[in-house]
Design a binder for this molecule. Structure first.
Ligand code: ASP
Length: 317
């Protein structure tokens, strides 16, 4: 997989603990990851653009309520849904981002509309919604995004806060995100990320996901990156752009830069991981959390998926 097109995805660092994930449940996640990989791979295999592959993969993850993005997103402490998403094209460093939205069925598609049609990079609130209403974007009512699992996690967290008990939540109850990075046959890179954020987050809080250079970044000269984890730390350390900077200015390899940044984030309370792809070579998928739903596929079409620290499962299409 040293040359040619390639794609990596993640379904977030908010994994169910290995001990609590039975074989059938694990298989459900592997199937969902493969579905997303296949969608992105199909675009790349027919010569499509990295940005379209990223979008196609993320749409599948957003549509699946297993993951904390769009359908299945987590709630704010006020019981609202506030979603963040961003996409970036490494060919021209065009980018589109949205924060705190609820309505578009696929926030990543909405972010792409911001990138391609708005003349701006980052939109929020009523203005964003008004713009998106003028675009060919499918909207859904809040019920569509609402799932019992996320409501239950919210109620347990609010009850814990009232009781003043320590926070012993699993990663799965706390957070999650979805993302994709791709390199197409023409050598263009792209990255996209979409999330509901952190369970019971403060209304108005925005994480790293839509912040270009923190949770999402792509530049054909260096790499494309999508992150997941403690958003505040990823923002403060400009995690994604830091990886590109280390490649560009310090001559680090993608692998070295990505793992050094994850190690640095760990020392500052940053829990999570990322996926990144470079100008050549295979993607890297480092994390410091207990797991990260993830996968990758290249020209050979083999779908590699993993959840915790086990070996990747491989499936030939
Ligand atoms: N990074 C996301 C946020 O802070 C959450 C996550 O990826 O788990 O909103």
């Amino acid at each position: 997989m040293s040359r040619g097109f390639c794609l990596a995805i993640h379904g977030g660092a908010g994994t169910i603990p290995a001990a609590a994930l039975n074989t059938a449940a694990a298989e459900t996640y592997h199937v969902a990851l493969r579905t997303a990989l296949k969608a992105g791979w199909t675009v790349l295999n027919r010569g499509g653009a990295a940005v379209d592959a990223v979008c196609a993969a993320i749409v599948e993850l957003e549509n699946d309520e297993l993951f904390n993005a769009a359908r299945g997103a987590v709630f704010t402490s006020a019981g609202q849904l506030e979603m963040d998403a961003a996409i970036m094209n490494g060919a021209d460093r065009a980018a589109g981002a949205l924060a705190g939205i609820c309505g578009p069925k696929n926030p990543i598609v909405a972010a792409r509309a911001v990138m391609q049609k708005s003349g701006t990079v980052f939109m929020i609130g009523a203005g964003a919604e008004a713009f998106l209403q003028t675009q060919d974007i499918q909207f859904m009512p809040p019920d569509y995004f609402t799932t019992p699992r996320r409501l239950d996690a919210l109620h347990r967290e609010l009850t814990r806060r009232v009781a003043g008990m320590p926070d012993t939540r699993s990663d799965a109850d706390r957070h999650g995100t979805v993302g994709a990075v791709a390199r197409d046959a023409a050598g263009n890179l792209a990255a996209g990320t979409s999330t509901g954020g952190i369970t019971a987050k403060r209304p108005g809080r925005v994480g790293d996901t839509p912040v270009i250079g923190a949770g999402t970044f792509a530049d054909n000269a260096t790499c494309a990156v999508s992150t997941t984890g403690t958003g505040e730390v990823f923002i403060r350390f400009t995690a994604a752009a830091e990886i590109a900077a280390r490649i560009r200015y310090a001559g680090q390899t993608l692998e070295q830069a990505a793992s050094d940044v994850i190690a640095e984030l760990s020392t500052h309370g940053g829990d999570g991981g990322l996926i990144a792809i470079g100008v050549t070579g295979a993607p890297v998928l480092p994390f410091n959390s207990s797991g990260m739903y993830r996968g990758f596929s290249g020209v050979d079409g083999v779908l590699h998926t993993a959840i915790h620290r086990e070996a990747f499962r491989q499936l030939c299409q």
